[in-house]
Design a binder for this molecule. Sequence first.
Ligand SMILES: O=C(O)CCC(=O)C(=O)O
Ligand SMILES: [Fe+2]
Length: 195
Amino acid sequence: MATLQSNGSSSIDLSLHVENAYFGFRPDFLLLYCLRQDAKQEARTSVVDIRCALAKLDPHEVAELQKPVFMVPSPPSHHGAMGGERWSDPRPVFGDLRVDPNFICHFPGMKALEPMAQRALDRFEEVVLQRDIVRHIAVQPGGMLLLNNRKVAHGRSSFEARYDGSDRWLQRVYVTRKRSSYSGEDAAGVVFPML
Ligand SMILES: O=C(O)CCC(=O)C(=O)O
Ligand SMILES: [Fe+2]
């Protein structure tokens, strides 16, 4: 678990991603509430507003990223139930930018079916990691991050876990604006997959 690309990891950097990138249903917002930091207070949550990254991409790169040719691997926590790793249907990284920069990313692991699109994806990953684009935030106990999961990617730096009951502890809440987009107008509730 410590070395998986999963929110339960610790000894690796959790790469930039949007929540539930593999799935068709993604929360609109994500709350990360910190109960406890790691003992050495090393962990940083990384946050990128994708609109800043977009401004650094060439129009032809953006056009490549809008093609429905990008696939996202399933989260490791689902592999047991799914009988191994699965891939999402091919989809665009960005939708229609005139309407909304709603986007999907999941680094590393996400891949394109075409070489030009893959090059644009590699360039996109390079841009989101630039120092003037990515912010590294040490969420303090009692502090909370509210992230727009359609405009912001997030990740986490590595840190030391001790497995003694005193480790870093964040609570996560998913928020959706439109219940109907997940399970129909008449649904009594919404069940999100556990990650
Ligand atoms: O641990 C963090 O700061 C972020 C973890 C994360 O990506 C998540 O819980 O969705
Ligand atoms: Fe996450």
